[in-house]
Design a protein around this ligand. Structure first.
Ligand code: JAB
Length: 235
């Protein structure tokens, strides 16, 4: 997979040099390139923004630098994502779909955002990470890149390591414990020490249902619950 990012602040993406995403880049499992579209401005002062037509607060990013920066990218049938509070909500299913794409291009705005022609002519997707407004689209792009790259089959290695992820099953993930079995009087649930895999799986399913019921009941409306699931929730 190749990921291109158009941004005024390429340096903000330094966190993607590290950890799992950084290793995936080093191993060539994903290629990333960051372009500062200010470099493409034909304005003598390298301006990239201007006042909005019709008045209003703030400045808008003008089309020319971004269109020219976009044209300069060697494209492979890309999905072009604008990160914006006005977009569809990003979720695990979107990350799973994007993980099988050959090429992603992220357009990161600043100020009051992009001239609408950038949305209309370049974007295939307008996506938000939540109902809040940030100073720009870069942090949202990093969140989406991280959630997507980890799902590229060879990146995590152990395929099972994300099959139980929150949301992959439609439910929130169950609680996890590791050694020691007791720490400061706090014990790991006995069932996890039992070696009885059927009971452990049943406990984990119940914990996922309980956690989802208590924290995100909206998710329960989206999935098909078994009779056992329903009986547990209603108990
Ligand atoms: N909520 C999102 S994705 C965003 C982008 C810029 N500001 O907020």
């Amino acid at each position: 997979m190749k990921i291109d990012v158009l941004t005024l602040f390429p340096e903000m993406f330094a966190p993607l040099d590290h950890s799992i995403v950084g290793r995936a880049r080093t191993l060539g499992q994903v290629e990333m390139a960051f372009t500062n579209f200010r470099d493409f401005s034909t304005n003598k002062h390298h301006k990239v923004d201007d006042y909005p037509y019709g008045g209003g607060a703030g400045m808008l990013l003008t089309p020319q630098p971004i269109f020219d920066a976009f044209d300069a990218i060697d494209k492979k049938r890309p999905r072009v994502i604008v990160t914006t509070p006005t977009g569809r909500r990003f979720d695990q299913q979107m990350a799973e779909a994007w993980a099988s794409e050959e090429h992603l291009i992220f357009l990161c705005g600043h100020y009051e955002g992009f001239d609408q022609r950038i949305h209309d002519e370049l974007a295939t997707d307008e996506v938000s990470i939540g109902d809040f407004v940030m100073t720009g689209g870069e942090l949202a792009a990093m969140v989406m890149i991280d959630a997507t790259v980890r799902l590229i089959p060879e990146v995590l290695g152990d395929q099972a390591s994300h099959e139980d992820d929150s949301f992959s099953t439609g439910l929130l993930e169950y609680p996890h414990y590791t050694r020691p079995a007791e720490f400061r009087g706090l014990k790991v649930p006995d069932v996890l020490l039992s070696g009885n895999h059927a009971k452990i799986e049943a406990w984990r399913r119940e914990q996922s249902l309980l956690r989802t019921y208590r924290r995100r009941p909206d998710l329960l409306e989206r999935i098909e619950l078994s009779k056992a699931d329903k009986k547990f929730i209603e108990s």
